[in-house]
Design a protein around this ligand. Sequence first.
Ligand SMILES: C[S@@+](CC[C@H](N)C(=O)[O-])C[C@H]1O[C@@H](n2cnc3c(N)ncnc32)[C@H](O)[C@@H]1O
Length: 252
Amino acid sequence: MRRVDYDTEQYQNYPRGRALTEQQLGAWITAFAAALPERRPLVGLDVGSGTGRFTPALARAFGPVTGVEPSVRMREVAQAQSQRPGVRYLAGSAEDMPVPSGSADYALMFLSWHHVQDKPRAARELARVLRPAGRLLLRGNFSDHHPEPWWLDHFPRGLEVDTALFQPLHEVIAMFTAAGWRVAGFGMVTPPSDGTRADMLERLHLRTLSFFARLSPDEVEAGLRSIEEAVSGDPGAPSPALSEPLLTLERR
Ligand SMILES: C[S@@+](CC[C@H](N)C(=O)[O-])C[C@H]1O[C@@H](n2cnc3c(N)ncnc32)[C@H](O)[C@@H]1O
């Protein structure tokens, strides 16, 4: 299983391959708002901000946001695509953030936690940069709470390789608890559908899922062919909505 190098792959196609509709983005912002204090502005960090899928929407909803992102290319795409007042992008990682201690009210990690190499260090660093009672919104994948999209079955080793990378929820919680956090909430968020199955197939062809890096090229090709056959029978069928886990942690 190799690491995804976002400086050489995915960055060009990521905004199209992982596009969110306005309705999906709105559902996430509503879920984040429910886990955050009501006062505004809130100072935010989008840790592993990638191409800035969420960063501008966070700024609009809550206040100034810093996207912290280790990949130069992903940051370049974010800067080109999503500039707006109250948004900046800095080089850094969850383990090493270029912001002062106690300077943020919340941090979002959206599908970036599983890329973090030194997780205990990141849990301590996230606690450093948040104010007391600051919140971490962790949209992670957990091996025991794993969303299973309709197309995953078309890759025979799909579920096995996709879950192998993720820790069970209790392990993630234990690590954060040891680093000065407490659980403030856990729930599933169900944003509206991605569109049709044909829309989803088009996005899968862009290969902007780290899941593909865990399969051989032949397995990816065979899986995509199998999905094409299934979709060709009814391309306009809706892609079912997915329930996705959101863990909220509070810095003690
Ligand atoms: C699947 S993308 C998610 C990007 C964005 N959060 C989103 O939802 O579109 C994962 C991102 O995590 C970043 N990443 C990798 N290692 C990281 C680390 N140690 N700390 C923070 N982010 C990291 C990658 O460079 C990549 O941009």
